[in-house]
Design a protein around this ligand. Sequence first.
Ligand code: ADP
Ligand code: ADP
Length: 227
Amino acid sequence: MAKILFNHVYKRYGKFKEVAVNDFNLQVEDGEFLVFVGPSGCGKSTTLRMLAGLEDISDGEIYIGDALVNDYSPKERDISMVFQNYALYPNLTVYENIAFGLRLRKLPKHEIDLSVKRAARVLEIDNFLDRKPRELSGGQRQRVALGRAIVRKPQAFLYDEPLSNLDARLRVQMRAEIISLHRKMEVTSIYVTHDQVEAMTMGDRVVVMNKGVIQQVDTPELVYNRP
Ligand code: ADP
Ligand code: ADP
């Protein structure tokens, strides 16, 4: 669990240096569930990717805990990210997909095995460990992607529109599961969505973005003017 700080962060893309993220300043508190919401193209995903180290920042500073991470690789940042398209390895089994990050970190086999099976049990995918992603439903695939994130305890979880590809019923169920995982793991989470209902129902606080800038940061009640 870590505090995260964005200090005057900018992202400019391409040779015309178009500004995708414009002077982003934010402190994310230990253990909070923060939602970035806003229309497509407003810079949510770019901001998340800069935090994860998947995208260079053009200007400014990002801190995770006390560490300035601008020059850290994604692995050094110790963050787990869940994507919309699941980003599973198609040729690996469910087990191997979940174990992948732990194997990269060269943890002992029995420790990996315990962690993978624990995560799979939590997500109720322990009956599918031998299957390949193509043999799973969308909801099951997203659970495997979540399994990969929760198989170890990172400094933070980042979610980039993780439920957009699911049907409405499953989306509601997975929202609740993600919040429940967040509480159980006692981790700091940032969740990107263009869906106001998700922002309203999931966020401890909501960051409203538009055209690369933060418009408002507040509790859902205040952002959406609900009692
Ligand atoms: P959101 O996640 O809110 O939909 P993005 O962060 O994906 O928004 O995009 C913000 C802006 O940056 C958009 O105008 C988008 O076109 C631009 N952008 C995103 N990725 C790239 C890229 N790799 N190259 C150039 N422009 C990009
Ligand atoms: P390696 O190829 O590196 O030896 P394996 O894929 O054989 O790794 O798996 C190592 C351990 O992981 C096995 O001993 C087993 O306990 C566990 N394991 C692998 N796949 C599964 C699975 N589908 N279900 C349960 N346990 C598995």
